[in-house]
Design a protein around this ligand. Structure first.
Ligand SMILES: Cc1ncc(COP(=O)(O)O)c(C=O)c1O
Length: 397
């Protein structure tokens, strides 16, 4: 079942306009979250690894509260995310932080909130390790220098990457007198094949050798960047992940951790907009929506066309779907539908759960999407409506 099919039933009524809904709307599907959690629970049971959810991909607190009981905790990138994560978890669950830079003023509180910190560099580790609540909380982010992403702008493993210490530096630190408890690597993006992760860990073992298994390291965190379902919704082959986790646990005696983000939320979220205006210019139709690429900012950042419910490559009626800001590039792409769109009609972008709300902004004063939960019973519950008061407060009114 692909993302569009999976959403087809509950969204059919929403898109048909039968259900009261304020657009732009972001809807997260609680049953889909439960299904995705089922997969990670299986991974945890099968492999014994710890699973954290990367809050940077989706930070909506009521949904985090839904995720928390099935997971070992959250992965965070800043003091604010750490506070949010801890406010959901209380004292039941782990918080892991990694960031390229810890502001000195945040270190003490982060040290209290986090169970693991993977410092981005040896100098950050030396500067802030005394703030940690336990000595075995402190680790290092490593750059395994095995590039898996073609575009260097998005490749955390490129030779001059600022993300993590290169392997030679990590080996030197591990040989030194000051103990490091863990390592973090995060090297891929939206991958559905785990063999590059296995190859990365093999490379780490080759370059670090006995240092990985001499008992000085306690944990290793393999980051996120992998999905558990392919784009058709079919489960991916987890065998290379299981081999990797087994090697790290049994051969190296390490506590293994993964921290997926998109894998747990992307297919559970959907953006719904309303057509405000239809235009024809030079024989090309454009439907202007009450949303914007700034509600799905990766569309512009990575220049991709998001899925749209009802689009079919061979359908007769074509239109460009565009946003309602002054940005000339506020365009989602060209789509084809069985019947013409009309002003007032709803348009849904499924598969939009990850890195949308967290990156969304109010350029041109366009309000953020209203957030709804779709309950397992099929009801839409209004969770958060942003108002002029939120906008005005941000801008000092
Ligand atoms: C260190 C780290 N861990 C986990 C993640 C989550 O990645 P994803 O959402 O691709 O699974 C990221 C994403 O950037 C990351 O930088």
């Amino acid at each position: 079942m692909n993302a569009a099919t999976q959403w087809a039933e509950p969204l059919a009524a929403v898109v048909a306009g039968d259900v009261p809904l304020e657009t732009p709307a972001f809807i997260y599907d609680e049953a889909a979250i439960a299904r995705l959690l089922g997969t990670v629970s299986g991974i945890r049971e099968h492999s014994g690894c710890r699973i954290l959810f990367a809050v940077k991909s989706f930070s909506f607190r009521p949904a985090l509260a839904l995720l928390a009981p099935q997971l070992d905790g959250f992965a965070v990138s800043s003091l604010f995310e750490a506070r949010l994560a801890r406010s959901v978890l209380g004292d039941r669950g782990a918080v892991h932080l990694t960031t390229p830079g810890i502001p000195p003023g945040d270190a003490a509180e982060l040290g209290r909130l986090c169970d693991y910190v993977a410092f981005n560099s040896a100098s950050q580790w030396r500067a802030h390790r005394d703030a940690l609540r336990a000595p075995d909380a402190g680790g290092l982010r490593v750059n395994p220098e095995l590039s898996l992403i073609d575009d260097p702008r998005y490749d955390p493993c490129r030779p001059d990457s600022r993300l993590g210490e290169p392997l030679a530096a990590v080996a030197q630190i591990l040989d030194g007198p000051e103990p490091i408890a863990g390592l973090l690597l995060h090297t891929n993006c939206d991958a559905t094949d785990f063999t590059p992760l296995e190859a990365t860990v093999r490379r780490l073992h080759h370059r670090l050798g006995r240092r990985l298994q001499d008992g000085s390291l306690r944990w290793i965190n393999l980051g996120g960047g992998y999905l558990f379902e392919d784009e058709t919704g079919a489960p991916v082959n987890l065998a290379p992940l299981y081999r990797t986790l087994q090697f790290l646990r049994q051969r190296c005696g390490l506590e293994a951790i993964i921290e997926p983000g998109a894998a747990l939320i992307r297919s559970a979220g959907c953006l719904v907009a309303t057509v405000l205006e239809l235009q024809e210019r030079n024989g090309r139709r454009t439907a202007i929506l009450d949303t914007t690429v700034n509600h799905l900012p990766e569309v512009f950042e990575y220049q991709y066309e998001p899925d749209v419910l009802g689009h079919r490559d061979d359908a007769p009626w074509a239109a460009t779907l565009a946003g309602c800001t002054c940005l000339a590039g506020d365009v989602f792409g060209e789509y084809r539908f069985a019947r013409p769109l009309a002003v007032g009609q709803r348009v849904a972008f499924p598969n939009a759960g990850a890195y949308t709300l967290v990156k969304a902004h109010t350029f041109n004063g366009v309000n953020l999407p209203t957030i709804y939960a779709l309950t397992p019973q099929g009801d839409l519950q209004l969770k958060r409506r942003y108002t002029y008061a939120d906008f005005a407060a941000r801008w000092g009114a």
